[in-house]
Design a protein around this ligand. Sequence first.
Ligand code: ATR
Length: 264
Amino acid sequence: MKKYLVIGNPIGHSLSPKIHNFWIKNNNINAVYEKKQLNKEDLKDLISKIKKKEIDGINVTVPFKKDIFFYLEEISAEAKYTKSVNTIYLNDNKITGHNTDIDGFKFAIKDTKFDVSNKKIFIIGAGGVTPSIIYALNKMKVSNITLTNRTRTKAEKLKDQFNYLKVVDWGVIPDFDMIINATSVGLKEDDNLNLDFTKSKNDKFYYDVIYNPKETNFLKMGKKLGNKTENGKKMFIYQAAASFKVWHGIEPEINEELIDILDD
Ligand code: ATR
């Protein structure tokens, strides 16, 4: 039986086992997908199990998407460029890292029918998922991307990586067509960004990477101001689908049943 894992710290909240095991069962694959909480010191040992074929694939989540680089023998161009790996497998006998968050975001946005081409994008937060979002948006030919982060130096660092970014101070709200919350603010029901969006017009698109809770205060406010809103659930599903394709060579089906079981 093949074995797959998602690793992170904490990991209790991860819905990856639910989604992968659903597809494993539906496609009659002899495999199991589990979650494992670990510490940075455990990474080396665990990754070596890929080489020994004791584990067939690993998803990596917060806070290890960068730390993992050190143990990889091959890294895809996109993962290198975004300095972020979330999918690991053995390819040509080499421990290989890939980034499926980029496709996850891209396909999720396509599903919303909001055409981002030539649009002005405002991203809040410079955490782990932000480079993948910037990379995807640039490929989707947006007009420009403005970034703000509570800790400005972290946003500046991303500008070194993506020189077309514009960085603004926390609290400054530029003109935008689409605004993305890529911070962890909202994971707790009563979390609030404390930014004032009331001056922006009401025909914008508010996107939150967070999908649990379903509607963060950021999305609630966007909706109240009369804007289109979307949470990060589809992004999560599509990044999982892309990992599944890498490991099993099968495009898994994304249907209502799947969306429902994630809500349970
Ligand atoms: P990491 O920073 O380890 O990559 P993350 O969950 O991917 O972790 O990112 C957290 C993001 O949420 C960061 O942009 C963080 O801002 P800082 O860089 O200033 O820490 C942001 N964030 C977390 N709590 C916040 C808060 N109360 N207000 C504003 N931004 C916050």
